[in-house]
Design a protein around this ligand. Sequence first.
Ligand SMILES: [Zn+2]
Length: 206
Amino acid sequence: MRVLLELSKILQAAARRRAVLAPLLSLLFTSPVFAAQQPAEAYDTVVIVDFPSPSSSGFWPVLKSELERSETPKLLTASALWITRDEFQKGMESKHGYEILLHGDCRMAASGASRNPPRGPLGWVLMVNGQIQPFVHVDCDRVRQMLHRELRDKTIAERRRILARAVSRIVVHEMTHIVTQSPLHGASGLEKARVSSSDLLAYKTD
Ligand SMILES: [Zn+2]
């Protein structure tokens, strides 16, 4: 749960992604022929979720449901469309665009996870030239490591639900940094610098 300030390879990659995302979101404005053939769907906010591999399809409906039920829609203050990178279509318009980039193994096909405490942040955002960028990064491997007790001996459906709830809470934390443009942390709740497994899994977060 960090705001990374240093210039690094990952930051440069994020800047490249940003350069790609902006033209994608505004593509239709520059394509009147396409607009005439197929009216664009306009959304106030589009959140694109980027999975590390296409085999995460079973996880997506569960994650989407948890994201929609989380505090993130309230932060965005307007109705948001949650889609995967594959579902994103040319011609979609939105005033605001965010991207959630998942790293590691989010499939939950295997029940085992390392018992070692995770090394590195569960989630992070990047600050470039004083601006917190609209990209949330979450590391599924580290989340699974942190929750190995809760995930043990569960069915695949239960493991997906647990991981989805934790990821959605990490997204709330990181999205708060983006929306408020503040790297600061709170003393309690999901805005702490270090959250516990019960913070990530409790049914009520308020
Ligand atoms: Zn943080």
